[in-house]
Design a protein around this ligand. Structure first.
Ligand SMILES: Nc1ncnc2c1ncn2[C@@H]1O[C@H](COP(=O)(O)OP(=O)(O)OP(=O)(O)O)[C@@H](O)[C@H]1O
Ligand code: SF4
Ligand SMILES: [Mg+2]
Length: 373
């Protein structure tokens, strides 16, 4: 893939990516480092602390899955990366460094260089966002023409190539959205997300509205694109098996905070945080009797007024006095797993993870060969 070089851009490229890095990029910096991100939504009834002190890193070619119950801040975290938050949302603090460039203080105009060109998003049900009265190829060609400044002919040619890349014959570029199946429309949205050769593609529940077979095809497509184009992926999904199959690392969020983060093989085989354990044991497994699935009693807290200590305290089977008063600090273990829980007060506490009382089963990924710590 080739990109248009902007005036003054450094000529450095990374990995398989052929597009020059942004002018201000540090070629030696990690791809994406998010530090202590806090996002608030203003409501007449109060301020919603939707994301509170979230940190993570994404490397070149890596796939990070973000999991957690509804309302835990997955979408808000993703939208913050390119500041596509709703009008009442605001990044209160923290940094989002792409190639070492902090995007948080950028103006809207400056962000245009990064949004879609470096980080693009495929939303849940995005296929319905296609304009019904415009040909699919023209919709994909538009960002190439507008953002990369290519000629109309070159943009259309590139749009047809992108459609081919996602498994839609290029000649279908002249089709209207209603002439394509749901799976093909979602592929077209992925082609649109790839239009400007981004370094990172975020999929926010990108397959939720599709049937299982098409879901599998779309996930295979994302996996192939990651390999062939050297893309990095952030995949947000409630489906833990998708993360187990597709991602290198997983970040489990609870009530706006990171509960646990690390390599999928470690987190899914030996979850340390009680919430991760509960989440895994409540996830359906094709081999399991669905009547025996664990449930997590209670509800996540109201984020307008979260509890002062651990946000999971009211639902946690291991809760201690300290949990209700002190926010648990993050502890990073030798195997690269980061956990925020008072059960692990320091690095030396890396004993075997506690088992959740009443857990009836573990998820698919728990049968991996990776040994428990
Ligand atoms: N525009 C908004 N105004 C006020 N609160 C909001 C707004 N958008 C999201 N929230 C709140 O922020 C919190 C995080 O929401 P978010 O959509 O990021 O969660 P999520 O993990 O993506 O959930 P889901 O799995 O349902 O998509 C929730 O408490 C939600 O109610
Ligand atoms: S900090 Fe306490 S309440 Fe929170 S998950 Fe750990 S043990 Fe449970
Ligand atoms: Mg969401």
């Amino acid at each position: 893939m080739t990109g248009v070089r902007e005036p003054g851009a450094v000529s450095a490229t990374r990995g398989r990516r052929q597009v020059p890095l942004p002018r201000l990029a540090d070629p030696a910096a990690p791809l994406l480092v998010v530090e202590d991100l806090a996002v608030r939504f203003s409501l007449p009834s109060g301020s919603v602390k939707a994301v509170d002190g979230v940190s993570f890193r994404l490397d070149d070619g890596e796939a990070l899955g973000i999991a957690g119950e509804s309302g835990c801040g997955k979408t808000t975290t993703a939208l913050s990366l390119v500041r596509l938050l709703p009008a009442n949302g605001r990044i209160r603090s923290g940094s989002v460094k792409l190639f070492g460039i902090d995007l948080v203080p950028k103006t809207e105009k400056q962000l245009a260089r990064y949004r879609w060109r470096e980080i693009s998003i495929v939303f849940q049900g995005a296929m319905n966002a296609l304009n019904p009265v415009r040909r699919v190829g023209d919709q994909i060609a538009e960002p190439i023409e507008v953002r990369l400044g290519r000629s109309r002919d070159a943009s259309r040619k590139r749009a047809a190539e992108l459609l081919d890349l996602v498994g839609i014959p290029g000649q279908r570029a002249s089709a209207y959205p209603h002439e394509l199946s749901g799976g093909m429309r979602q592929r077209a949205m992925i082609a649109m997300a790839l239009a400007c050769d981004p370094a990172i593609v975020i999929g926010d529940e990108p397959t939720t509205a599709l049937d299982v077979m098409v879901q599998a095809q779309i996930l295979q497509l994302l996996e192939r694109l990651r390999r062939e184009l050297g893309l990095s992926l952030i995949l947000i999904t409630h489906d833990l098996s998708v993360i187990a199959e597709t991602c290198d690392r997983v970040m489990v969020m609870y009530a706006g905070k990171v509960a646990e983060e690390g390599p999928v093989t470690r987190v899914f085989t030996a979850p340390r945080h009680p919430y991760t354990q509960k989440l895994l044991s409540s996830f359906p497994n094709i081999h399991a009797d669905r009547r025996t699935l664990d449930v997590i009693p209670g509800q996540p807290p109201d984020l307008r007024n979260p509890p002062p200590g651990c946000r999971f305290a009211a639902r946690c089977p291991f809760v201690m006095d300290v949990c209700r008063e002190v926010v648990p600090p993050e502890v990073t273990f030798g195997d690269g797993v980061r956990v925020a829980c008072h059960l692990y007060p320091g690095r030396d506490a890396a004993g075997p993870p506690p088992r959740v009382v009443g857990a009836t089963r573990t998820c698919d990924a728990a049968s991996s060969t990776d040994p428990a710590p």
